[in-house]
Design a protein around this ligand. Structure first.
Ligand SMILES: NC(=O)c1ccc[n+]([C@@H]2O[C@H](COP(=O)([O-])OP(=O)(O)OC[C@H]3O[C@@H](n4cnc5c(N)ncnc54)[C@H](OP(=O)(O)O)[C@@H]3O)[C@@H](O)[C@H]2O)c1
Length: 240
């Protein structure tokens, strides 16, 4: 049987899904050590196997410096993300497009995964079964885009998906035991979705602990032949 992951990194572990994922990983892998990051939020909980680090994912130098602390890493799961904030929220139409808001979406939702891949590449290579997964969103699927709107968020997640797919192709050669995954969590009851929950159908709003457990199970079962796919929480595959 494959060795379970022992050294895990969760980026954005102060968020609704990230925090639930960190707890689910602690439960599933009882000897694993987790390095978890927060940014503006306080550290949400303390645990003897979790080392917290404050990290701004839009700071490339901070990611590079932090990565240098690691020798081997088995899994990195990036749960940091942005949909709305002081600078604005998702656009209903093209008239609402704001250049700075679009770039903020890309800075938080797209670029950090590439920087994590770049700077943690050597540490992941030392793992017998490295995983790099980032929470994307179904609205980043070009094929699945039926409703329009939400330009900046959709664009940043579509670009993230392309980044992950491209990385998976490169890592077939450089990290042949590895798996790269884009994840869709469904609609979860978190601060990020709060303003947009009104039209969610009954039963369609998940507790993040449900999604987190589903992701841990999904990621545990992936093998390198499945690298470079876009997965929903329930294990179904989404179109790019
Ligand atoms: N909730 C949903 O329904 C839903 C649906 C589809 C996709 N997603 C995706 O799932 C992921 C997690 O979302 P969530 O619902 O858990 O949101 P959330 O509760 O708002 O958490 C967002 C996380 O991102 C972190 N973050 C934001 N900007 C950052 C920065 N500059 N540097 C470092 N960390 C930063 C936050 O850190 P601090 O709080 O410490 O600042 C927090 O940990 C996101 O990528 C989101 O797009 C969510």
């Amino acid at each position: 049987m494959a060795e379970s992951p022992q050294r895990l990194v969760v980026v954005g572990a102060s968020g609704g899904i990230g925090q639930a994922l960190t707890r689910a990983l602690l439960d599933e892998f009882p000897t694993a050590e987790i390095c978890a990051t927060h940014h503006r939020s306080a550290i949400p909980f303390q645990h003897e196997r979790v080392a917290w680090r404050q990290l701004d994912v839009v700071d490339p130098g901070a990611i590079e410096t932090w990565a240098a602390d690691f020798d081997r890493v088995d899994w990195i799961v990036n749960c940091a993300g942005f949909l709305h904030g002081a600078s604005g929220g998702p656009e209903k139409n093209i008239r609402s497009l704001d250049a700075e808001f679009l770039l903020e979406n890309i800075r938080i939702n797209t670029l950090p995964t590439l920087l994590l891949a770049r700077h943690f590449s050597a540490a992941l290579k030392k793992s017998p079964a490295p995983v790099l997964a980032t929470i994307s969103a179904r609205v980043g699927s070009i094929e699945d885009n039926r409703l329009g709107g939400w330009y900046s968020y959709r664009i940043s997640k579509a670009a993230l998906n392309m980044a992950l797919k491209t990385l998976s192709i490169e890592w077939r050669h450089s990290h042949p035991r590895g798996c790269v995954a884009a994840l869709h969590p469904g609609t979860n009851d978190t601060a990020l979705s709060k303003p947009f929950q009104a039209n969610v159908p009954p039963g369609g709003l998940f507790d993040p602990s449900y999604t987190a457990t589903s992701f841990v199970s999904l990621l545990s079962q992936l093998d390198p032949s499945q690298s470079g796919q876009f997965w929903a929480w329930d294990g179904s595959q989404l179109p790019w």
